[in-house]
Write a protein that binds this ligand. Structure first.
Ligand code: TXA
Ligand code: MG
Length: 342
């Protein structure tokens, strides 16, 4: 389906499935989501089963109109309403707020908070509007796998376990939404994402947004700050090691080793290309266009698994702008140092 012109018949069909308590995978501007009626506990429980997702990892609720925000929350601080939601939605930013009684415990992971966002993708918006209910949706991958940025990724992971996939082509950003906890003072960044922290701070008039050390370092913690932090994420099946850009730049031999899959920038690829085609190199995009790198990242992690190599290495990128989200996902996808498997 054309991403910008959703087909009414397809949307109508998918919306019916949602209303009946079924599961619909749909494109958003960040990654594909796996949606169910957010107000229906039985329907949302199916999401956890289909994804093999731990029950204490709550779901983001997607809305299509600002007035839905009020019904799902206890109260919306003025700052959130006027400086953030009104200006940044629809868009790739999610706010954590105190939930209303409408939100089932299964959606909030038995906490008193709910994460809400209004996606900017025309297909997603049309689906939510037509369904007439907010749609709870995590990324439409199997738990621990890289998030899906194409409908084929959803099929790879969830074929036979969901009712409908709406194919809207490639997701625009390729990394998930930025999540901020608006119940803390100052606000806390829970996940860097497609909307940059620099821009968020600007929107808040320079107001502070706290970035916890665990988020800065993309650590998986035993005690969850965001429930989702406890779990392994985005991992390809092959071991993957993060290597500093400057180190990879000085290691042309890695590009020629048939046992190693290399995920790197266009710049490093060109630097090391010696006339032979290195079969095991996956180019992520240009360092001058990190949005392009973000868009290719999860697909490239999946491609690594199709290469006939023992393991992969991936270069680091500058942690500015969208680079913060890119590096967060890479660190989470990478195996911890010193755990090389064969
Ligand atoms: O871009 C996105 O946000 C995509 C698209 C589909 O909208 N969704 C997405 O959902 O990435 P998911 O479930 O893969 O990641 C949501 C994160 C999880 O780490 C979860 O723990 C956190 O949001 N989260 C959701 N509800 C929460 C809550 N009530 N309290 C704390 N964290 C919450
Ligand atoms: Mg996810």
């Amino acid at each position: 389906m054309d991403a910008l012109h959703p087909q009414p018949k397809a949307i109508e069909f998918a919306a019916k499935v949602i209303k009946k308590g079924g599961l619909v995978a749909f494109p958003t501007e960040t990654v594909y989501g796996l949606g169910a009626n957010a107000l229906d506990p039985a329907a949302t429980r199916k999401i956890f089963e289909a994804k093999h997702r731990p029950a204490d990892n709550p779901l983001i609720v997607h809305i299509a109109q600002l007035r839905q925000l009020k019904t799902l929350t206890k109260m919306v601080p003025e700052r959130v309403q006027d400086k953030l939601a009104r200006k940044l939605w629809p868009g790739p930013v999610t706010f954590l707020l105190f939930k209303s009684q409408l939100v089932p415990d299964v959606v909030s992971g038995n906490t008193d908070k709910v994460a809400i966002r209004m996606p900017a993708h025309p297909v997603a918006l049309a689906l939510i509007r037509k369904a007439g209910v907010p749609i709870a949706a995590p990324s439409a991958n199997t738990s621990t796998r890289p998030s899906p940025t194409k409908a084929t990724h959803v099929l790879e992971d969830l074929k036979g376990r969901i009712d409908v996939i709406l194919d809207g082509g490639d997701a625009f950003f390729g990394v998930e939404s930025t999540i901020i906890d608006c119940t803390s003072n100052p606000y806390t960044l829970l996940r860097p994402g497609a909307f940059t922290l620099e821009e968020l701070r600007k929107q808040l008039g320079g107001e502070k947004i706290r970035v916890p050390e665990t988020v800065r370092q993309a650590k998986q913690t035993k005690v969850a700050l965001v429930p989702g932090m406890k779990y392994r994420h985005y991992a390809p099946k092959k071991p993957l090691y993060l290597i500093k850009r400057e180190n990879l730049a000085e290691s042309p031999e890695l590009f020629q080793d048939p046992q190693i899959g290399v995920l790197c920038s266009q710049e490093l690829y060109q630097q090391h290309y010696n006339g032979k085609t290195p079969k095991n190199v996956i180019v992520l995009g240009s360092e001058e266009d990190l949005y392009g790198v973000a868009k290719n990242l999860f697909d490239s992690l999946r491609k690594l698994d199709t290469l006939n190599v023992k393991f992969g290495i991936i270069q680091s990128f500058a942690e500015k702008g969208i680079g913060f989200a890119i590096m967060n996902r890479i660190k989470k996808a990478a195996s911890p140092p010193g755990t090389r498997r064969n």
